[in-house]
Design a protein around this ligand. Structure first.
Ligand SMILES: Cc1ncc(C[n+]2csc(CCOP(=O)(O)OP(=O)(O)O)c2C)c(N)n1
Ligand SMILES: [Mg+2]
Length: 334
């Protein structure tokens, strides 16, 4: 068992508090009409941050769904910059800034899982060290892509870590209507790979599970499916009203097991966290976010950036679309 050091746990908490603070600010900015739809992070912090801290940012890829970006700052400031571009509808919000090994947000459920297996298998073919860690929700696990990708990963023995973030909801669909299986981790049996269920509110437990899966993958032993059990503490997105379907008593119970509060109180007891640390982290988080929003607002807008990164070189058809797009835009502004 690999337990994160006190220093690592403190870094993990800084990233968790940062993510929650920035998520709350983004919610307000959406309400003011300043950014697009926001999917709050509340409840997901320990799972995402601790998983990212168990990875080697130089070699390991992260393939997110859409709730993760604010919790992936360990991969560099580019993640926040790109996320703000994305939140403002800028095409560059879908790019992968070299050498950052994090894919952009994926809204189309489950489609990121085959991408992760492809990346992992590609690394094997190129003899590159590293693993691909993919996040997906309980809801996404009902997509065909999950089964196809999990099966292929097992057959290829691909170095992929599949993290199913079970937050009990897929918008308003509760988990008992999502699957008749005992657990999402059990689905690993059908792929012939290990399945591990972990308390996703426990940063140290998530770190350990990802660390072990990563070491297995690097040793050529193939994929692992990890189910991180958490509770979505906020709305699905700014377009949702969870009070219409989340039982208040369930939410109250989950709030008592809030992952940020849990690690905060643990580190306070160890003398590693106090009010000053909390305040300093929150102030810095807001400064970083506000600066990223400003930068995204003033970023030059190249409409045809929409077509970048589809292929390494434009196909004939793409080249035609690019010139038509630029022509249409220049007629518009004439
Ligand atoms: C292919 C597809 N079908 C439906 C949707 C609509 N949709 C957006 S989010 C969502 C729920 C996803 O739930 P889950 O995977 O558990 O992630 P969570 O939002 O709980 O983090 C649905 C159904 C979609 N984006 N893509
Ligand atoms: Mg869910």
């Amino acid at each position: 068992m690999t337990i994160p050091s006190d220093a690592q746990l403190r870094e993990i908490l800084v990233d968790m508090v940062t993510a929650r603070t920035q998520s709350a600010r983004l919610w307000n900015l959406q309400r003011q009409g300043q950014v697009g739809t926001v999917a709050p992070i509340d409840g997901h912090e320990a799972t995402i941050v601790a998983a990212a801290h168990a990875l080697d940012t130089e070699h390991d890829w992260v393939i997110p769904q859409y709730r993760e970006p604010l919790a992936l700052r360990r991969y560099g400031p580019e993640i926040l910059e790109r996320f703000m571009l994305y939140s403002l509808g800028h095409p560059a919000g879908g790019h992968i800034p070299d050498p950052i090994r994090v894919l952009p947000n994926q809204i189309s459920l489950g489609t990121q899982i085959p991408h992760a297996v492809g990346i992992a298998w590609g690394m094997v073919l190129r003899s590159e060290p590293g693993v691909a860690l993919v996040f997906f929700g309980d809801g996404s696990s009902s997509e065909g892509d999950f089964y196809e990708a999990g099966n292929l990963a097992g057959v290829l023995n691909a170095p992929v870590v599949m993290v199913c973030v079970n937050n009990q909801w897929a918008i308003s669909t509760p988990v008992h209507l999502q699957t008749a299986a005992e657990s999402f981790a059990d689905k690993a049996a059908g792929f012939g790979i290990p399945g591990v269920k972990v308390d996703g509110n426990d940063a140290a437990a998530v770190y350990d599970a990802v660390d072990e899966a990563r070491k297995r993958a690097l040793a050529g032993k193939g994929p692992t499916l990890i189910e991180a059990v958490i509770y979505r503490l906020g709305a699905h997105t700014t377009a949702d009203d969870p009070t219409r379907y989340v039982p208040p008593e369930d939410l109250e119970a989950a709030q008592r097991d809030d992952p940020v509060l849990r690690l905060t109180s643990q580190l306070r007891k160890l003398g590693l966290w106090d009010d000053a640390a909390q305040q300093e982290t929150e102030v810095e988080a807001l400064e970083l976010l506000d600066r990223a929003v400003e930068d995204a607002r003033s970023a030059p807008l190249a409409v045809d950036a929409l077509l970048d990164h589809c292929f390494s070189v434009d196909t004939q058809r793409l080249a035609l679309q690019r010139s038509q797009l630029l022509e249409a835009r220049s007629t518009e502004t004439r």
